[in-house]
Design a protein around this ligand. Structure first.
Ligand code: GAL
Length: 922
């Protein structure tokens, strides 16, 4: 089908308006021929997969959604998953398409569902995906219904299965989309535009994949433009493209560009590449991607180079969960997490051990962070190779991405099998991108006769510091970096390690047996120019892996920042190690040690200054040269008051920091990361909650209970405090401060506007109120939510008969052929035999089974009698085509409807219009 004017592409959010059921629904046992026969037919999936399933009492949820984080902590559950029950859940969503969408290409996209999931559309299974970390693009065009009849999406999510040894969440935890395009259109992730610099000149080779679901071959022209960061077109090229019916084609173009603005970490200039597809009728489709002009190089002796300049990778590895929201992290909170990391001196992020959401990498491209983009499953079977190639196709234009990682710590890494698998995965990547090296994070097997490392461009070594030099010696031509190190422990704001209470002091003295402290690991890395850099485990805390503890600890102690992305002291050590352009000085611990007067307190100063002086209540109590790794440590007899650290260089002060003994908590303070948010139902802001004393000084050991309330166009979507031992609810509007701090995450409402007032209360303290400005913005284009419509099907139609049939005639369970199958309109040509029976069986939703619903038959040609479960419901007495609407009495959920139609002699007859069951609308 072709149209004179194609409608522009629409990428519509499907995040809002889902119905959710936690738990599985046992499918009815299928017995007998009739049920078995039907069960095997397209569109007849059983249970909640069926289009007409009764979901009237399911809970309403919006995506992204993680049901595991809503649940309790349970010692019987898996430690690695944060002692959270996961289980199985179902989601359903209804939507309609206007008749004008007929002929367009309709694609359903899930960006991430944890963990195994099956998707049905209108009762037809359309996709199965056995990973929680990859997106999929499902062509649902053939199954679509247009007009008033809704389409039904059903998703069964099995989160019993695990792919990791960390918290993975449960549910549809990334965005979903419905993309409508012309039948001939630019494929999803179909623009490959990755700048190349050769002999001092830049070119931008562009390949655009075009797909067509049209029913005949079509021709069009592709125009590609390059837009600079200000939006000006700076290059342009065009090429013809021809696609067969249901075919694919690619157009290759090359854009020349002179002196583009480089993408650097300080000024990450992003260029947009726009592809427009046109034919004689006009524009068919357009799509955009972004890219950046930068060069990367790994050198076996000198490490990593960005834009020709050496750059040591100051990296961290992170997982994807955040306080309060689990893995369903709003994009804005992701951006906050990455900004927090960048402020610490991080220049590279390893998304361990899986692909992150596209929006996360968009943030990395935008704010200037390098990315090690990691594949989840080490497996070369087709499903898994598809996950790998999906990742590369999605991310190969991104300036942030500098490494593809095919695995982390695989036991087969040092075997022939590991080599053969790695070789294939590397080969698959090279088919799609030759500009970025392929690596893997290895913890052994590096020197085996056959090893995955032999297939890699760049070697990644996890933890085994003693292998760095040996590797470099044995493989003098292979670049190498520390793909993982550190694994140090720290509890934010704690200064005494207490095994019984599961507390680890914050001086950076404790690490896992296989790891090193923050300071110790960087000392090893920075001493070796051949090492391209490091990825410290971990930039942020995550749930699961409560090493070195177990229950009741449920989250990690490894984070340089806590689960709220609030700095632990490790943050300041990293700043002191990593920031070169300004003085860092941070004195620890806090100075609230009532009862310890006169006793020595260990004081450590994190600083990049060469010398530091300590001043207590105005008196100099010590001065030390600073070791750039160990930094400076003092023992100070405690006296309340003010402890100052003065950073010195050549005898002059270059910075200072202080801690001060506070009084009792007197009032609460709410500090948002940003003062305003977009009223689009997606934007979210983390708000830090703290307590101060009567003089306004922070109270670092306040651990009091705070309750919250919110008024205005938004909601509290989660709370946290960074305490890995806490079992408080992450969804209730209350939280204890943990060593002085907690976090509330506030999200705007769709079409929101005006002040959002967050209040915090604690017994005996002055409350805090914060006004956030929710700004009216254009709504995120979205698919409207539709109501379910019961449209019984499939119908069976008897052969024509001379006499009125018996409405209660029983059709043999195995008779699949005497009566035909179909859906209205069921129109019969004039026949000498005037009578026919039409029959349908259907399940009735409980919200239609209230005695108020109506059976609406939009048109019947002929006289008709309507029978329901053996009782006559009503009749149509005229021959002329016309509607019939009947009240539907309450009854069992499963109904059999029989319609006897008597044709007017010589006229067509039948159920010639739609039949639906609709709620009573007064
Ligand atoms: C590594 C592993 C990480 C994490 C870490 C904890 O072996 O790659 O995922 O488990 O240990 O120290």
């Amino acid at each position: 089908m072709q149209f004179a004017h194609a409608a522009p592409r629409e990428r519509l959010s499907l995040d809002a308006g889902w119905r959710f059921l936690r738990g599985d629904v046992p499918l009815p046992a299928i017995q007998g021929h009739g049920a078995s026969y039907l069960n095997a037919k397209a569109g007849e999936a059983q249970g909640p997969a069926n289009a007409d399933y009764d979901d009237s009492d399911w809970r309403r949820v919006d995506l992204p959604h993680d049901w595991a984080v809503e649940g309790p902590f349970d010692a019987a559950q898996n430690k690695s998953q944060g002692y959270r029950p996961r289980g199985i859940g179902w989601y359903r969503r209804y939507f309609t398409l206007p008749a004008s969408d007929r002929g367009r290409h309709i694609e359903l996209q899930f960006d991430g569902v944890a963990t195994h999931s099956t998707v049905w559309v209108n009762g037809i299974v359309v996709n199965r995906n056995w990973s929680g970390y990859n997106g999929r693009y499902i062509d649902i065009t053939p199954y679509m219904r247009y007009g008033a009849e809704p389409n039904t999406i059903a998703v069964r999510v099995d989160a019993e299965v695990m792919e990791g040894w960390w918290y993975e969440g449960a549910g549809i935890y990334r965005h979903t989309w419905l993309v409508k395009r012309d039948a001939m259109h630019i494929a999803t992730d179909g623009i490959h535009a990755n700048p190349v610099r050769k002999d001092g000149r830049w070119t931008l080779p562009v390949t655009v994949d075009v797909d067509s679901s049209a029913d005949s071959a079509r021709k069009a022209r592709l125009e590609v433009s390059l837009l600079d960061p200000a939006g000006h077109e700076v290059a342009h090229a065009g090429a013809p493209v021809q696609v067969d019916a249901l075919g694919k084609a690619s157009a290759r173009l090359a854009l020349a560009i002179r002196n583009p603005q480089p993408w650097t970490l300080a000024r990450p200039a992003l260029y947009r590449v726009r592809a427009v597809l046109r034919d004689a009728t006009g524009e068919l489709d357009r799509d955009e991607t972004h890219t950046g002009f930068r060069t990367i190089r790994f050198d076996a002796d000198r490490g990593f180079f960005l834009n020709g300049q050496p750059l040591k990778l100051q990296g961290v590895a992170i997982h994807q969960d955040h306080a309060g929201v689990g893995v369903a992290v709003p994009d804005a909170i992701w951006e906050f997490r990455l900004r927090q990391l960048k402020s610490m001196g991080v220049n590279a992020v390893r998304f361990a051990h899986n692909a992150p959401a596209a929006e996360v990498l968009d943030s990395a491209d935008r704010i200037g962070l390098l990315v090690m983009d990691e594949n989840r499953n080490f497996n070369t079977s087709p499903d898994y190779m598809q996950q790998l190639t999906w990742l590369v196709k999605r991310d190969r234009n991104r300036p942030s991405v500098i490494l593809w990682s095919i695995f982390n710590e695989e036991t087969l890494q040092g075997t022939e099998v590991g080599y053969e698998m790695a070789r294939r995965m590397v080969g698959a990547i090279k088919q799609l991108d030759t500009t970025r090296p392929v690596t893997a994070a290895m913890h052994g097997g590096l020197f085996a006769a056959r090893s995955a490392v032999q297939a890699l461009d760049v070697a990644g070594i996890n933890y085994q510091v003693w292998e760095y030099d040996r590797f470099h010696k044995m493989f003098p031509h292979k670049p190498v970096f520390s793909s993982e190190d550190t694994s140090a422990f720290m509890s934010r704001g704690e200064y005494t390690t207490d095994q019984d209470k599961h507390l680890v002091a914050s001086y950076d003295d404790d690490a896992a047996q296989w790891g090193q402290t923050q300071r110790g690991s960087w000392k090893q890395i920075s001493a070796r120019p051949f090492l391209a850099g490091s990825f410290a485990w971990t930039g942020l805390d995550y749930r699961g892996e409560p090493t070195p503890h177990e229950w009741p600890s449920a989250g990690s102690f490894f984070g340089i920042m806590d689960l709220c992305a609030l700095p632990k002291n490790a943050y300041w050590f990293r700043q002191a190690l990593w920031l070169k352009d300004r003085t860092v000085v941070k004195v620890m611990p806090h100075w609230n040690w009532a009862g310890k007067e006169g006793q020595p307190v260990k004081v450590r100063v994190a600083t990049n200054a060469p010398r530091v002086r300590l001043v207590l209540n105005g008196a100099v109590i010590g001065e030390q040269n600073v070791d750039p790794f160990d930094m400076a440590t003092f023992q100070v007899p405690y006296a309340p008051g003010r402890l100052e650290a003065v950073a010195l260089k050549d005898g002059a002060e270059v910075g200072r920091d202080q801690v001060e003994t506070s009084g009792a908590p007197a009032r609460l303070v709410l500090a948002p990361d940003r003062p305003a948010l977009a009223g689009d139902g997606a934007d979210a802001v983390p708000v830090t909650v703290s307590a101060v004393d009567a003089q306004g000084r922070p109270v670092p050991d306040a651990n009091l209970h705070v309750t919250f309330d919110l008024a205005g166009p938004g909601a509290i979507i989660g709370v946290g405090n960074g305490d890995p031992n806490s079992h408080e609810s992450e969804k209730a509007p209350e939280r204890n401060l943990y060593n002085g701090l907690a976090q509330v995450i506030v999200q705007s409402r769709r079409a929101g506007q005006g002040p959002l007032i967050l209040r915090a209360h604690a017994d005996g303290l002055q409350s805090a109120a914060l006004a956030l400005d929710v700004r009216a913005v254009a709504p995120i284009p979205a698919v409207a939510e539709a109501e379910p419509l019961v449209r019984p099907a499939p119908w069976r139609t008897s052969p024509p008969q001379a006499d009125r049939p018996d409405p209660n005639r029983v059709l043999a369970d195995n008779d699949m052929n005497t009566w035909g199958w179909g859906e209205p309109p069921l129109k019969q040509a004039p026949d000498a035999l005037p009578w026919r029976s039409y029959r349908v069986a259907f399940g009735l939703r409980s919200d239609r089974n209230d005695g108020q619903a109506r059976l609406v038959m939009r048109e019947i040609a002929g006289k008709a009698e309507v029978w329901l479960d053996g009782d006559k419901l009503g009749e149509k007495t005229a021959y002329e085509p016309g509607p019939l609407t009947l009240a539907l009495p309450r009854g069992p959920g499963w109904r059999t409807l029989t319609v006897l139609v008597q044709a007017q002699p010589g006229q067509p007859s039948g159920i010639t219009g739609d039949v639906t069951i609709e709620p009573h609308t007064p």
